[in-house]
Design a protein around this ligand. Structure first.
Ligand code: SF4
Length: 346
């Protein structure tokens, strides 16, 4: 097995815009494997899984994968596998019961004080473990005029102090729209904070361009960006520089990860992830047990293993670099802690 990283394009070459990077993302598993010098017969890749939910992997992300390594942790996050077609008890299309928390189109309201907007149904990358891989986006994709109902919902509930941009990936929307919707939300007096859950600046760092920085910094709302980074190899120089530029603009940066079998289920990997996040100005915030979404059972890790990882991480890192281990439960009023056995907490 070789472990060469695919070289980045020369700095003298034309630098594609983030929209061009999106448009040229890899959508064919065979093409990705060829680019990585991987013999397709080595993998249990699946046409059926690809048909149900196609691969999408932009080149800036693919360039961080190791050539010739069928176990590359970034590759495993995007490659459709035969295991996705298995029906596994306990895994469902709506593991978090979001369809019951969808009061008006475009809004998911599960937790007190916070409401989530489905800003964009699109993603730059298709993560095979995504808990929204079966979400009914077609019922929650709004035209600008339809947003008024969602905005009225926010305005009429004074308990909501934080709006969360989600999706899909909210940064897949264009900056004109994001500027407009952010202005509408900032005009609602009881809303104080804007939280943006995104994987786009990780996948395509050039997404954070001047147009994006403009609406992020022009608002009166306190902005928190939550990155979704699962493995230290996802953080290259461009990602680090992008994160630091946001931090310098006063944007709070947090990270949440998902525990994924054969991706990040090792203490050393998680410790290295926390260290690299901190160097990039991003605080490790949450690490989630996998949401039991149909098609993702092959990523699941036992509770015993999770407890062991948590215990070992606490012994290895200062407390502020250890993310909170949590899980979500349909109908619960908050994320729930994955508690340690008492003897493990000393
Ligand atoms: S919503 Fe997030 S986790 Fe799901 S596919 Fe899109 S980027 Fe990946």
């Amino acid at each position: 097995m070789t472990a060469d990283i695919i070289p980045h394009t020369s700095t003298n070459a034309h630098q594609p815009s983030w929209q061009e990077e999106l448009a040229t993302a890899i959508r064919d598993p065979a093409e990705l494997l060829k680019l990585l010098n991987i013999d397709p017969t080595q993998l249990d890749s699946s046409d059926a899984a690809q048909r149900v939910w196609s691969i999408r992997a932009p080149l800036p992300y693919v360039q961080r994968m190791r050539k010739g390594d069928i176990n590359d942790p970034l590759l495993r996050q995007v490659l459709p596998l035969g295991a996705e077609a298995l029906s596994v008890p306990g895994f469902s299309n709506d593991p978090l019961g979001e369809e019951d928390a969808n009061p008006v189109s475009g809004v998911v309201h599960k937790y007190f004080g916070r409401a989530l907007l489905i800003i964009s149904p699109a993603c730059a990358i298709h993560c095979r473990y995504c808990f929204r891989r079966h979400f009914p986006y077609e019922d929650n994709t709004l035209g600008r005029s339809e947003w008024q109902t969602a905005l009225d919902y926010l305005a009429n509930d004074e308990s909501i102090s934080e709006v969360i941009y989600s999706g899909g990936d909210p940064l897949a929307a264009n900056d004109n729209f994001l500027l407009w919707i952010t202005e509408q939300i900032a005009a609602i007096p009881h809303i104080k904070r804007l939280r943006i859950h995104t994987r786009l600046p990780l996948v395509i760092p050039s997404r954070i361009d001047n147009n994006c920085l403009h609406w992020l910094t022009a608002t009166r709302l306190k902005v928190v960006m939550v990155w979704h980074i699962n493995h230290p190899n996802e953080i290259d120089h461009a990602v680090e520089q992008t994160a630091l530029s946001l931090k310098r603009k006063g944007i709070e940066l947090l990270n949440q990860s998902v525990l994924l079998k054969q991706v990040n289920d090792s203490t050393q990997t998680l410790a290295r992830l926390s260290e690299k996040l901190f160097e990039a100005g991003i605080m490790p915030y949450y690490i989630h047990r996998l949401d039991k979404v149909a098609g993702a059972a092959h990523f699941d890790i036992s509770d015993e293993k999770i407890q062991q990882l948590q215990q070992e991480l606490l012994a290895l890192l200062p407390g502020y670099l250890v993310p909170r281990f949590v899980y979500e439960h349909a109908g619960a009023r908050a994320k729930l802690p994955l508690s340690l056995k008492k003897a493990d907490t000393v």
